[in-house]
Design a binder for this molecule. Structure first.
Ligand code: PAF
Length: 283
């Protein structure tokens, strides 16, 4: 594995691979890697000849009151994990390499529709930041495939939509959420939680499963299901941010004819914002 932070070194290596007819899979990350990220890398290794992983804590996707400065940075540990997985290139640019003109002068990508509501509603500008950096990274790495986790399902749909709307020649591969034995979805932000808080956090997935079971049993009262779920979260000590039962493709409120549903949820535990989701197929 080679770690490169300069664009030119990345480009020349990728160019040599392309000239040799080799395919490239890409896993963009913000570091602080856990089993969830490693499962994306494992998937990437099965689809292409070469694998590039990036670690870049993207300032453009953090709001002014969010945790950019204290976002966990664990490069040495991440490098060891990736070394063990035998990837080809770890790309670790700095903010001035990605945004040489600064954020205010930087052109951006706004993905319409699926960026709205849910995390997009709670975190204005977040998906603009994600889409912009991912588009830039795609242009730098020029992958044939890119792997994203289903845990950030709205992000996955934003990226899929961007790739479709802008005709990017990249196949987006969705990888299922990795969970702790308790059901808690793996996330870099779990590092902020105490053991006791993790016990509370696991309730989020339990509540998602309860709602899913009710839907599967034929309950169609979305408003009542949502209220029950929010009350369960509150009773456990979580503060619901949103809890939305929506159509998988559009992320718009589910109607009777929708069979591919997803419940998208976010809740605060102290200052930590947890997100999770559960897909339901009613066919
Ligand atoms: O999911 C993440 O870690 C980030 O949003 C991503 C896709 C690496 C873009 O910064």
């Amino acid at each position: 594995m080679q770690t490169v932070s300069q664009i030119q070194s990345l480009r020349s290596r990728v160019k040599a691979w392309k000239q040799a007819g080799l395919s490239v899979a890409f896993v963009p990350t913000m570091g602080n890697l856990h089993q969830g990220h490693f499962s994306l890398v494992e998937k990437a290794k099965t689809v292409a000849d070469k694998v590039v992983v990036s670690i870049f804590v993207n300032p453009m996707q953090f709001g002014p009151k969010e945790d950019l400065d204290k976002y966990p940075r664990t490069l040495e540990q991440d490098q060891q994990g990736l070394e063990a997985l035998d990837i080809d290139i770890l790309f670790t640019p700095t903010p001035d390499i990605i945004y040489p003109k600064g954020l205010d002068e930087q052109s951006y990508i706004e993905v319409l529709g699926v960026s709205e509501g849910h995390c997009g509603g709670s975190r204005p500008g977040h998906f603009r930041g994600v889409a912009t950096v991912v588009a830039k990274l795609f242009n730098l790495v020029q992958p044939d495939y890119a792997c994203f986790g289903e845990k950030d399902f709205q992000q996955l749909q934003v990226i899929r939509t961007m790739v479709e709307d802008l005709s990017m020649p990249i196949e987006i591969i969705a990888v299922p959420t990795k969970r702790e034995p308790s059901g808690l979805a793996m996330s870099s932000r779990n590092g902020y939680l105490s053991d006791e808080q993790k016990e509370t956090a696991k309730v989020l997935f339990q509540v998602l499963n309860d709602t899913a079971q009710s839907l599967i049993n034929g309950d169609t009262d979305i408003a009542a299901l949502t209220n029950t779920a929010k009350s369960q979260l509150t009773a456990a000590g979580l503060v619901p941010d949103y809890y939305n039962i929506v159509a998988q493709k559009t992320l718009k409120p589910a109607v009777d004819t929708d069979k591919q549903l997803i419940i998208l949820a976010a809740a605060f535990l102290g200052t930590v914002r947890l997100i999770d989701n559960l897909q339901i197929n009613l066919d």
